[in-house]
Design a protein around this ligand. Structure first.
Ligand code: NAP
Length: 385
């Protein structure tokens, strides 16, 4: 069997390090050809451990030091470095796990080259989903979801006809404030919001989970990954995060994918697909779980979810503007310049102020996301004045 030649974008992050953990267990199946990170504190150690040939780093100032430490490795930095890595002919598989909208261009580069893309960076699809889907069809690129919900849906849809699907049911843990009153949300500190009950993840996605904005992004991601209208995508709150998501079919059957809350499961599925890797991680012990509960999302305390449907209804660049606004708001919340509920309030304002245009290029998506970020900053300053 030929080894899959992999580039990991965002290799020092939560998904990136877990992907390397999986890959290290299967040296006969995978070769890590390239690594990419922002500042990349751990890049050198990772590159040595996996004998990688290529390294990309966003921070140009780090290039000289990395080159000095990694003789024989081709190192590039600054704008375009991640795209360069994602496009290399030596790479067949790009694992896209940069955080935020910065992940879009490298994902797009991989899609343009017709590569297999393991997609954790949901923002790529939120910003430019329609474009990514069209370009994947044209170039023969394959996008395999890594988000646990979308991986679950992808697994439930395997062997099924799309026209038999009634709806997708994305599960949401509800985050750390699901059972808390509205007032507690107003008073939530970054420290409390960063304590996710079930998953250990990067800061941005953890705050998004506390507002349910993460689920909003996932609804938009599902829209384009599975090519279904928003009316066929719903969300159910499931605090135990055992059912990773479900698909309901026209005959009433509901298929679910279950597992422990360990991202190495969906990462391994996307890496090994269409095979399943014999992965040694904790197993699901259903009797020990005793109870699995489900509830409707509460749109009053968690208005973020409604914003996803509003953005999809507005169409074009509206989801990109939402995503950019959310990035600015999450940063402001972590800086204690905005309350937790303030995130959805400001994102909603930005969404209504946006005049969507068609996403006919990644540039159009990026421009809308940057606009959303700037507009959110304006609203945050106004609200604080
Ligand atoms: N964590 C999870 O369990 C999980 C689950 C589902 C989906 N996702 C999605 O996966 C993506 C990554 O999430 P994460 O939690 O792994 O994030 P994270 O822990 O914050 O890691 C982000 C990674 O991206 C790198 N990076 C950031 N900006 C970059 C840039 N402009 N160019 C190159 N590299 C850059 C970072 O490098 P430095 O560390 O050097 O800055 C780091 O390696 C997000 O889109 C998230 O929504 C994550």
């Amino acid at each position: 069997m030929e080894r899959r030649r992999i580039a990991i974008l965002g290799s020092t992050g939560s998904v990136g390090t877990q992907a390397l953990d999986v890959i290290a267990r299967f040296p006969d199946r995978f070769e890590v050809v390239g690594l990419c990170a922002g500042r990349g504190e751990d890049l050198i150690a990772q590159a040595r451990a996996f004998s990688t040939r290529f390294v990309a780093v966003k921070d140009e100032g780090r290039v000289a030091a990395i080159r000095a430490q990694l003789p024989g490795v081709e190192v590039r930095g600054g704008p375009g470095a991640a795209e360069w890595l994602a496009s290399l002919p030596e790479v067949d598989y790009v694992l896209s796990a940069i955080s935020g909208g910065d992940g879009m261009r490298p994902t797009a580069a991989a899609v343009e080259c017709g590569k297999v893309v393991g997609l954790a960076n949901k923002e790529s699809v939120v910003l430019a989903g329609e474009w990514m889907a069209a370009r994947s069809r044209a170039t023969g690129a394959t996008i395999l979801p890594i988000d646990s919900e979308h991986s679950a849906i992808f697994q439930c849809l395997t062997g099924e006809r799309r026209e038999n699907v009634r709806r997708l049911l994305l599960t949401a843990s509800g985050g750390p404030f699901w059972s808390k009153p509205k007032q507690a949300l107003e008073e939530a500190t970054p420290e409390a919001a960063l304590r996710h009950p079930n998953w250990s993840m990067g800061k941005k996605i953890t705050i998004d989970s506390a507002t349910l904005m993460n689920k909003a992004l996932e609804v938009m991601e599902a829209r384009w990954l599975f090519d279904l209208p928003p009316s066929q995508i719903s969300v159910v709150v499931h605090p135990q995060s055992v059912v990773h998501s479900m698909v309901e079919f026209h005959d009433g059957a509901v298929m679910a994918q279950l597992g422990v809350s360990d991202m190495r499961g969906p990462i391994a599925y996307a890496l090994g697909w269409p095979d399943r890797l014999p992965l040694d991680i904790p197993r699901l012990d259903l009797p020990a779980r005793a109870q699995l509960t489900f509830a409707e999302p509460d749109g009053d305390r968690f208005p973020a979810l409604g914003l996803a449907y509003r953005a999809l209804e507005r169409g074009g660049t509206a989801p990109a503007a939402l995503s950019g606004a959310d990035e600015a708001c999450v940063a402001a919340f972590l800086d204690r310049r905005l309350s937790l509920p303030g995130i959805s309030r400001i994102v909603g304002q930005v969404l209504e102020a946006h005049a969507p245009v068609a996403v006919d290029s990644v540039d159009a998506a990026w421009a809308a996301s940057e606009w959303g970020r700037r507009k959110a900053e304006e609203f945050i300053v106004e609200a604080g004045a």
